[in-house]
Design a protein around this ligand. Sequence first.
Ligand SMILES: Nc1ncnc2c1ncn2[C@@H]1O[C@H](COP(=O)(O)OP(=O)(O)OP(=O)(O)O)[C@@H](O)[C@H]1O
Ligand SMILES: [Mg+2]
Length: 173
Amino acid sequence: MDSGARNTMSRDIMREISNLASYRRARTVLAYAGFGGELQTEDFLRRTLDLGKTLLLPRVNRETKSLDIYEVKDLERDLESGTWGIREPNPGICSPADIRAVDFVLVPGVAFDSRGGRLGYGAGFYDRLLANRPSQAWLVAGAFEIQMIEHVPMQERDVPVDVIVTEQRHYLS
Ligand SMILES: Nc1ncnc2c1ncn2[C@@H]1O[C@H](COP(=O)(O)OP(=O)(O)OP(=O)(O)O)[C@@H](O)[C@H]1O
Ligand SMILES: [Mg+2]
């Protein structure tokens, strides 16, 4: 996929996600800074701040092999290039946050199926983080239609997403 197509589709997908009732009413949003060939989330992060919502982003903790989440208030000031070159919150600037306060999660993934099955990068970072999610939290993935596959094998610890939005349609699980 060339970057032009990726930009256009990312914009469409993120606009749809911003229109979801679960996002509109969310006060605290956990999202991610896309990297490489992933969905581009930059505008969504900016919009979340502009709407006055609390924005949380994850940071890889190499010692605990888990994701720590921090509140980000300013995308230019608060982020640094972290593990795998992903932009992450600078812990010297940002306050640690609690997953239990989250009511909307933009979940990343490599592949998805129509029932909300999700394949990540194989480290279980998100499955471990989302294991502690509060019951009110909506888990939403934005993905390109080419990431949709017939069936993602899911095990007990794999956390499915509630909604997947692609450039073509919404999948509600
Ligand atoms: N809640 C959990 N507690 C402990 N280990 C877990 C938990 N969730 C997943 N794991 C383990 O993490 C490893 C990787 O999980 P998996 O293959 O599902 O990764 P993934 O979903 O692709 O990655 P990610 O969640 O980072 O996107 C597996 O060995 C899995 O059993
Ligand atoms: Mg998994």
